[in-house]
Design a protein around this ligand. Structure first.
Ligand code: SF4
Length: 362
């Protein structure tokens, strides 16, 4: 749904995935700091984790398991970072040559795919290590690591991009368990994998063309941010039902007697149903009897947080423009900025896409 339909998830992210991201970002920061400055102390790393947890938090992050709250996951992630720090300090096991490193792999049939390696280290000129951090609550067995496709493809990309490399160690860090699992691949297995992956891509592409790519239920569905839109779980809304929903949305949005807070919750719930129908059918305009609802994309520029290196670049750029403002979210409407200056600032911002429902009378 994410890559082929480019669907925007209606459910928020799971807290497990949020915690995993904050742990990844903290470990990236730890290595980045130790390359460019001195090794951060354990307390500095914990402080970074805590700040990052707060600054990236969004209210739609979901806690799925009963009996747990967000603090539980925050503590769990911090515990992972602390264990990792204790295990690897003083971090001199190898030389870091890439963080969040993009690697491209050529596959038979002229296909090219890209992956992002959490950390790439050098043991010697001919020996590299691929490090992958895992925050999941399940530890894999050695036999599973030995056939894992994702890191095998990274090894393939390394051999293709660095022909002098003879050995690639694949290393999974299961940070919750303070465990490290290692594996290697020989080149003939990687060639076989390249052929298999290429034919898998062919199968997926032809299934997409036939519009016949079925969802695949698994234990992970409860954590999937697309579950609400997934045909496996969502009831297909029929045309009559949605006509009522659109008209109800229109009349509620014009009703001034409902308290503002209640109205916004009700409109969001009904609006989600219209968005879901739009996702399921591909129709951007959904008609009722008296009104029509148009589902429009909304793109918002999100400023970098203070932990993001782009924040410093943005501050420097604003200083060079003699512009003093704390309102980074409203920067692009600032009256003193020219179009040229706005264009030059775009690189410091992320773009977030969402949708909104606009109602018109028929
Ligand atoms: S809910 Fe399950 S089957 Fe549906 S998209 Fe998500 S992971 Fe796939």
């Amino acid at each position: 749904m994410r890559y082929i339909d480019k669907a925007v998830p209606l459910l928020g992210r799971s807290i497990e995935s949020y915690m995993g991201n904050v742990v990844h970002e903290t470990l990236e920061w730890l290595y980045d700091t130790s390359i460019n400055h001195d090794l951060a102390t354990k307390q500095e790393v914990i402080d970074y984790y805590n700040r990052r947890w707060v600054s990236r938090w969004k209210d739609d992050i979901r806690v799925i398991k009963n009996g747990f709250d967000s603090e539980h996951y925050k503590d769990e992630g911090r515990d992972c970072v602390e264990k990792y720090y204790d295990r690897y300090t003083p971090f001199n096991q190898s030389v870091v040559i890439g963080l969040e490193k993009r690697i491209y792999m050529d596959l038979p049939g002229g296909k090219k795919i890209m992956g992002i390696i959490d950390r790439l280290d050098k043991k010697s000129k001919t020996h590299l290590e691929v490090h992958d951090y895992k925050t999941s609550g399940r530890l894999i067995e050695q036999s599973q690591a030995d056939v894992d496709r994702q890191l095998s493809l990274y090894a393939l990309g390394i051999h293709q991009n660095f022909p002098e490399v003879e050995t690639v160690d694949l290393i999974w860090h299961f940070v919750k368990f303070d465990e490290e699992i290692r594996s290697q691949r020989d080149k003939s297995r990687l060639e076989k994998l390249a052929i298999e992956t290429s034919s898998k891509i062919d199968m997926i592409e032809s299934a997409v063309k036939r519009d016949d790519l079925p969802p695949s239920r698994s234990v992970l569905c409860d954590w999937c941010e697309y579950k609400k839109q997934c045909p496996e779980f969502s009831k297909i809304i029929d045309n009559t039902e949605i006509m009522d929903v659109v008209d109800k949305y229109a009349s509620l949005s014009q009703n001034e007697d409902i308290p503002k807070a209640d109205k916004s919750v009700i409109l969001r719930t009904i609006g989600d149903k219209i968005k879901l129908f739009s996702q399921q059918t591909g129709h951007r305009t959904v008609k009722g009897m008296t009104h029509k609802a148009i589902v429009e994309d909304v793109f918002q520029r999100i400023p970098p947080s203070e932990e993001d290196l782009r924040w410093y670049g943005l501050k420097e750029a604003l200083k060079n423009m003699d512009l003093v403002t704390e309102d980074l979210e409203g920067l692009f409407s600032h009256p003193e900025l020219s179009d040229e200056q706005k264009n030059s600032l775009k690189e410091y911002f992320d773009i977030e896409r969402s949708t909104k429902v606009v109602i018109e009378e028929l």
